[in-house]
Design a protein around this ligand. Structure first.
Ligand SMILES: C[S@@+](CC[C@H](N)C(=O)[O-])C[C@H]1O[C@@H](n2cnc3c(N)ncnc32)[C@H](O)[C@@H]1O
Length: 299
């Protein structure tokens, strides 16, 4: 894969600042992508930290593996991050010094029409991060019950017209199933009343379908629970999220208390950190990023 196609990592300096990676330590990069964070940790520690990179997308694993092949302490594993414990176990590891997650999809996924994440270019209605997974976005759109579809659009996309969009989709699919991203986006746009603003009317529904297809919030909740079990005392859990549903899960996880009642985590960011103006203009996709970090307390 050519360098320009690689994902541009977001807030990488801020991640290093809170993580403070050190030699001899073990880190998990839960969302490897093109390996931007893993590379930064390995460079910072001159290859003397162990980095376990997880991604459910074989293309990402392949790209990052090639890019970081010079580092003997880098271990890419294709798996959901909700199974981080299994991945660590496979390497004979249990506890880690730091966990980083950069949620959502990578540019390598978003910019490939065939992956079906975007309606900027037409592609199959797919949206699976792991193409080995069975259920695609088309399966949800074409076969999910109307009420469930409306719930997905409302809960994961905060789409005001969720019921109307779901009803129209169900009517239309009786005669013709949806197969392409642009077709669905145009259909949703025609269904939603009102003036056209800056954001395409299908944006919220596409976010909702992506979250549902990949069980993104279920995965994130599981990662937060695993963070409690695997991050060592004084280790750090950093998360970069891109919408309020993710940010809420991370914020609540960082505020959890242990059984005796004391806090499990010390907040390193009382309010989420956001990219600098410089980064936002150099990489517009970073605009909505929010970074939260917390340090595991010694119970
Ligand atoms: C925003 S990108 C990460 C980019 C990365 N930080 C970099 O510098 O290239 C998110 C990546 O996480 C992966 N991903 C998202 N949810 C996942 C999950 N539950 N388990 C494993 N990988 C996941 C996606 O496939 C994608 O490659």
């Amino acid at each position: 894969m050519n360098e320009p196609l690689l994902h541009c990592p977001v807030m990488v300096n801020e991640v290093l600042e809170v993580l403070q990676p050190g030699p001899g330590c073990v880190y998990v990069d839960a969302t490897l992508g093109a390996g931007g964070y893993s590379k930064a940790i390995l460079q910072e520690t001159r290859g003397r930290a162990t980095v376990v990179g997880l991604d459910r997308d074989a293309v990402a694993i392949d790209a990052a593996s090639k890019r970081l092949s010079a580092y003997k302490t880098f271990h890419p594993i294709q798996i959901e991050f909700g199974q981080m414990d299994v991945a660590l176990h496979s390497l004979g590891l249990e506890k880690i010094d730091g966990l980083v997650a950069d949620l959502g999809v990578s540019s390598m996924q978003f910019d490939q029409p065939v992956r079906g994440f975007s309606f900027q270019h037409d592609g199959a209605l797919d949206m699976r991060m792991d193409v080995g997974q069975k259920r695609t976005a088309a399966d949800i759109v074409n076969y999910e019950k109307q009420e469930e579809l409306a719930k997905i659009l409302w809960e994961y996309g905060e789409e005001r017209f969720s019921r109307r969009v779901a009803r129209r989709i169900v009517d239309r699919r009786k005669t013709k199933k949806f197969t392409s991203t642009v077709e669905l986006a145009d259909f949703i746009a025609a269904t939603i009343p009102g003036r056209r603003g800056q954001i395409h009317p299908a944006t919220r529904s596409f976010q909702a379908l992506r979250i549902a297809t990949n069980n993104e919030l279920g995965e994130l909740n599981r990662l937060c629970t695993l963070a409690e079990q695997t991050v060592k005392s004084f280790g750090v859990f950093v998360c970069v999220s891109f919408h309020s549903l993710e940010d809420r899960v991370v914020k609540q996880a960082h505020r959890r208390r242990h059984q005796a009642g004391g806090p499990l985590w010390e907040l390193l960011t009382r309010r989420p950190r956001t990219p600098t103006d410089e980064e936002k203009s150099a990489n517009p996709r970073s605009r909505s990023a929010k970074l939260r970090a917390a340090k595991r307390l010694n119970p």
